[in-house]
Design a protein around this ligand. Structure first.
Ligand SMILES: Nc1ncnc2c1ncn2[C@@H]1O[C@H](COP(=O)(O)OP(=O)(O)OP(=O)(O)O)[C@@H](O)[C@H]1O
Length: 258
């Protein structure tokens, strides 16, 4: 099977900082891969290299058979990569539905912008997605008036309008309250389960969410991959317990204190 994503020997420095070092990651269709790691470990750099916002210094990044490492972000998006951001990128003065229509129109360049945006099929698709995310009641509200959790879901719904092959979610639950996190991720993953063929790579700091929703976990530390396995095994690995969750360090400190 052709992998959706095949990154081989990928490296990137920012001055003296090594943000990615010999990253080798292959993602198969349908996987739900969680990227974990402490602040500055290199997760966002990896996501930015897939979307084309950061170019690797070394290595290859192949999307569904096409080498994308040198392509412009727009070209990569048109090949089927979509992303959501830690802080949703929305048009505050437009309604939720119009945000969806604008996102959808960006994927189809055949007609003028609003002709594309207002096609009946585009409106149906946008309303269908809003419905599946539980957002239909908000469709005519200005986005600036919507609560943060709703805006996050809308951002992800917008990313799905173009039926991407690969969806990248950068900390989908950041800034969301502990009570809202779990139902929110259940909604997101439930919708993705209905979207045939969408593969997901998500950056996540909450290990309970990772265990619940990832089929595979890739842990980063200092620009390197230190674990790549099913969640139970990856979260038990010594390097992950030392450098990501900090459990091992806490145990060692407790032992040292007697
Ligand atoms: N544009 C940039 N210029 C300079 N240094 C950068 C740039 N982008 C990232 N870095 C550095 O690269 C390293 C990896 O950063 P990155 O944002 O990828 O980590 P991260 O794992 O996503 O962290 P966080 O969880 O805080 O978002 C860090 O040391 C960061 O300061």
């Amino acid at each position: 099977m052709t992998p959706i994503l095949d990154a081989q020997g990928v490296g990137r420095r920012f001055g003296a900082v090594v943000a990615a070092s010999d990253i080798n990651i292959r993602v198969e269709p349908g996987e739900r891969v969680s990227l974990i790691g402490s602040n500055g470990a290199g997760k966002t750099t990896f996501v930015n290299m897939i979307t084309g916002y950061v170019k690797p210094d070394t290595g290859r990044i192949v999307l569904d058979g096409t080498d994308i490492a040198a392509l412009h972000p727009r070209a990569i998006s048109q090949l089927g990569v979509a992303r959501s951001f830690q802080i949703p990128q929305l048009y505050g003065d437009l309604t939720a539905l119009d945000n969806m229509l604008v996102a959808n129109a960006c994927h189809d360049r055949r007609l003028s912008f609003w002709q594309r945006a207002r096609r009946p099929a585009a409106i149906d698709r946008a309303r269908g997605l809003l419905d599946r995310f539980g957002l239909l009641e908000h469709q005519q509200r200005r986005v600036a008036e919507l609560p943060g959790g709703v805006r996050k879901l809308l951002d992800i719904a917008m990313a799905l309008t173009g039926q991407p092959k690969l969806l990248l979610l950068d900390e989908p639950t950041s800034g969301v309250s502990a009570e809202e996190k779990f139902p929110m991720m259940d909604t997101i993953m439930g919708v993705l389960g209905q979207e045939r063929g969408t593969t997901v790579v998500f950056v996540e700091h909450d290990m309970d969410i990772v265990e619940r929703h990832a089929s595979r976990v890739i842990a980063f530390y200092s620009g390197r991959v230190i674990a790549d396995d099913v969640p139970a095994a990856a979260l038990r690995a010594d390097d992950v317990r030392r450098y990501v969750t900090g459990e091992l360090l806490r145990e060692e400190v407790a032992d040292a204190q007697g």
